[in-house]
Write a protein that binds this ligand. Structure first.
Ligand SMILES: Nc1ncnc2c1ncn2[C@@H]1O[C@H](COP(=O)(O)OP(=O)(O)OP(=O)(O)O)[C@@H](O)[C@H]1O
Ligand code: SF4
Ligand SMILES: [Mg+2]
Length: 327
C-alpha cells in the first residue's frame, strides 16, 4: 500500500474529565483505512468504538476531548482544525451514519427539503440540480418510487427505509470517508443484509473508505477487508478479516469468535464471554482482559504493547494463539 490512506489515526487518546475521575474512553488507538477499503471496528459495549468515530468527526463534547494523537485525513490532522474548518469537512468529505436514523433526519421536514438543504449547505448548485442529486441518492440505496418518497416525511417510512434515507444523505456529497456506527443493528436481518450489500458496492464503485462500527462480528465477516478488535479503550487485535476470523491471535477475539455459531449467520449478537468489561475509571494495572482470560499469567500484570508476531498481524497480548496459525 504505497498510496496515502484516506484516514490514518495515530495513537489517538480521547478522555472524559468527569468529577469521578478521568475516563480514558479511547487510549492509544491507531489504524488506517485506504481508498475504497472497509474497516470493521468491533468490540463489546463500552469499549470505545463510538467515541473513536466521534473523535474523527470532531463531535466529542465536554467533558470529553481528544487528549492526544493524530487524526490524519488525507494527510491533514483533523485534531488541529478549527470548528469552522471541521464543519466544511463534516457531511461533505466525511459523513457519519448513526444507529438511530433520526439523528440525521428532521421529523418535521419533508425528505426533499432536508436532502436539498444538505446539498446546498456545501455546494453552490441550483435547487433543480440539488433535487436531481437527492433523487439519484435515493435510487442508489434502493428506494423504490423515489419521486414519491421525496415528498414524504420521515414518519411515513419503515425503520429500514428511514435508515436507507439517512445513508442516502450521507452519500449526497460523495464523501471520501463514511463512519457507520451500528446503523443496521435495529433492523430485520434481511434488510440488514441488503443494506450491507449496497453500502459495500458503493464503496467499491466510488472509492469511498468506510469504517463500520459493530458489536456483531458476523456483520463484518461479510463486509470488511480489515478488522480492529477493541477491548477497554484499546485495539487488541488487527488484521485482514480472513486472517483474524480464521486464526484469531488474541484470547478475547477467540472468545468472540467462539460465540459466533457460523461465519455465515448474520445478525446474532455475541454470546457472553464470562466476566465483565472492567470499569474504565479504575482499570487495574496490566492487561485489561486479565480477569477474564484463560491464558493469563504473571507476565500479564504488566501492560502489553501492540506487537506484530506475524506479517500483517498485530496483537496486544503476551501469549497470543500463534499455534493456530502454524499449521
Ligand atoms: N460523555 C461521557 N462522559 C463520560 N464517559 C463517557 C462519555 N461518553 C462515553 N463515555 C465512556 O466512554 C467509553 C466508551 O464509550 P463508547 O460509547 O465509545 O462505547 P461503544 O464501544 O460505542 O459501546 P456501545 O457498543 O454500547 O455503543 C464508555 O466507558 C463510556 O462510559
Ligand atoms: S496479555 Fe495475558 S491476560 Fe492479556 S490477553 Fe494476553 S494472555 Fe490474556
Ligand atoms: Mg457505540
Amino acid at each position: 500500500m504505497s498510496e496515502q490512506p484516506t484516514i490514518e489515526v495515530r495513537n489517538l487518546r480521547t478522555h472524559f474529565f468527569t468529577k469521578a475521575g478521568v475516563v480514558k474512553a479511547v487510549d492509544d488507538v491507531s489504524f488506517s483505512v485506504g481508498k475504497g477499503r472497509i474497516l470493521g471496528l468491533v468490540g463489546e459495549s463500552g469499549s470505545g468504538k463510538s467515541v473513536t468515530g466521534f473523535s474523527i468527526m470532531g463531535l466529542v463534547d465536554p467533558p470529553g476531548r481528544v487528549a492526544g494523537g493524530e487524526i490524519l485525513f488525507q494527510g491533514r490532522d483533523l485534531a488541529k482544525l478549527s470548528e469552522e474548518e471541521m464543519r466544511k469537512i463534516r457531511g461533505a468529505r466525511i459523513a457519519m451514519i448513526f444507529q438511530d436514523p433520526m439523528m440525521t433526519l428532521n421529523p418535521v421536514l419533508r425528505i426533499d427539503t432536508q436532502m436539498i438543504e444538505t446539498v446546498l449547505a456545501h455546494d453552490k448548485v441550483s435547487e433543480a440540480e440539488a433535487r436531481k442529486r437527492a433523487r439519484a441518492a435515493l435510487v442508489q440505496v434502493g428506494i423504490p418510487s423515489p419521486d414519491e418518497r421525496l415528498k414524504a416525511y420521515p414518519h411515513q417510512f419503515s425503520g429500514g427505509m428511514r435508515q436507507r434515507v439517512a445513508i442516502a444523505i450521507a452519500l449526497l456529497h460523495k464523501p471520501e470517508l463514511i463512519i457507520a456506527d451500528e446503523p443496521t443493528t435495529a433492523l430485520d436481518v434481511t434488510i440488514q443484509g441488503q443494506i450491507l450489500f449496497e453500502v459495500q458496492k458503493l464503496c467499491r464503485e466510488s472509492g469511498t473508505s468506510l469504517i463500520w462500527i459493530t458489536h456483531d462480528l458476523s456483520v463484518v465477516a461479510g463486509l470488511a477487508d480489515e478488522i480492529c478488535v477493541m477491548y477497554a479503550s484499546r485495539i487488541v487485535e488487527k488484521g485482514t478479516v480472513d486472517e483474524v476470523l480464521d486464526h484469531p491471535l488474541h484470547p478475547y477475539t477467540r472468545g468472540l469468535i467462539g460465540s459466533v455459531p457460523s461465519r455465515n449467520v448474520r445478525g446474532r449478537p455475541l454470546a457472553q464471554i464470562p466476566g465483565m468489561t472492567p470499569s474504565l475509571l479504575n482499570l487495574p494495572p496490566g492487561c485489561a482482559f486479565r480477569a477474564r482470560c484463560p491464558r493469563a499469567s504473571e507476565a500479564c500484570l504488566v501492560e502489553p504493547e501492540m506487537t506484530a508476531p506475524l506479517p500483517n498481524r498485530e496483537v496486544r497480548c503476551f501469549h497470543p494463539h500463534l499455534e493456530t496459525v502454524a499449521a
